[in-house]
Design a protein around this ligand. Structure first.
Ligand SMILES: NC(=O)c1ccc[n+]([C@@H]2O[C@H](COP(=O)([O-])OP(=O)(O)OC[C@H]3O[C@@H](n4cnc5c(N)ncnc54)[C@H](O)[C@@H]3O)[C@@H](O)[C@H]2O)c1
Length: 260
């Protein structure tokens, strides 16, 4: 039987871990015996996590706020006594529409969460990871982080930024023994993608079914991926199984070569 115990007892922080992919990542680390903290902006989501996974530290924090992130890491220190793994998962879909229709506020908010949030959390995490056991960072990008995405320019720009940030951190931190990778999910089946599809259908004036079909057919596998697919890759990337995997774009998208 294939067994990996390298994550048992590891201290892990998952941002935006109260719902969606972050929650599935949190479950995967808990199953592996890790000690996990999550942050989120949703109080109701954090209550649900605390009820489902009572051992998980659930902290209200917006990753784009410097003071929230500082307070979050104080809670992590007090409860976990350090950090071995950071999963920079928080990211928002951002606005949908042609570039001339986007507001500066929406543009800036998307960048604030999707890339500045990763910077703030990595900056706080690195001194702690340096003291950690086989430390690792995984930053969530997207298939839109290596492809263009019409109507989602700020989201795509933010996710390309995640790839550049990851590659740079990998070069900086590799010599210190901290591994850094990015995971690029394709369209993940779930409520968020359905909201994105509905927004796209409205902006294009097309039926939701047509846009849904274009999302499923854009992958060579002919379907969306699952949250568990992403959680499995993130967990693998942080385990000793991936001890020499560093600075990589780990794409989990059923082979998607263009985004509609
Ligand atoms: N769902 C997809 O199809 C898909 C595809 C590619 C990449 N991704 C990426 O995966 C990551 C997770 O996506 P998801 O679909 O699970 O997201 P989601 O929209 O379902 O949100 C998950 C959680 O993020 C929290 N959140 C939002 N803003 C936050 C902030 N500023 N600080 C802290 N928490 C915040 C929400 O409250 C929610 O609980 C994101 O980085 C996203 O860009 C998702």
């Amino acid at each position: 039987m294939w067994k990996d115990e390298s994550l048992a007892g590891k201290r892990v922080l998952v941002t935006a871990g109260a719902d969606g992919i972050g929650l599935e990542i949190t479950r995967a680390f808990v199953e592996a015996g890790a000690r996990v903290a999550v942050c989120d902006v949703s109080g109701a989501g954090l209550e649900r996590v605390a009820a489902e996974l009572p051992g998980v530290l659930a902290v209200r924090a917006d990753v784009s706020s410097e003071s929230d992130v500082a307070a979050l890491f104080e809670r992590v220190d007090a409860t976990l006594g350090g950090l071995d793994v950071l999963v920079n998962n928080a990211g928002v879909a951002g606005p949908t529409g042609g570039v001339e229709t986007l507001s500066l506020a929406d543009w800036e908010r998307t960048l604030a969460v999707n890339i500045t949030g990763q910077f703030l959390c990595a900056r706080a995490a690195v001194p702690r990871l340096r003291q950690g056991r086989a430390p690792a960072i995984v930053n969530l990008s997207s298939a839109a982080g290596h492809l263009g995405m019409p109507g989602r320019s700020v989201y795509s720009a933010s996710k390309w930024a995640v790839v550049g940030f990851t590659k740079s951190l990998a070069l900086e931190l590799g010599p210190q023994g901290i591994r850094v990778n990015t995971v690029l999910p394709g369209a993940v089946d779930g409520p968020r993608i359905r909201a994105v599809i509905a927004a796209k259908a409205e902006s294009l004036g097309k039926p939701v079914e047509d846009v849904t079909r274009s999302y499923t057919s854009q992958a060579a596998l002919g379907r969306m991926v699952t949250m568990r697919d992403i959680a499995n890759m993130v967990r693998f990337a942080c385990s000793d199984q991936a001890a020499s995997v560093h600075g990589q774009e780990l794409v989990v998208d059923g082979l998607t070569q263009a985004l509609s």
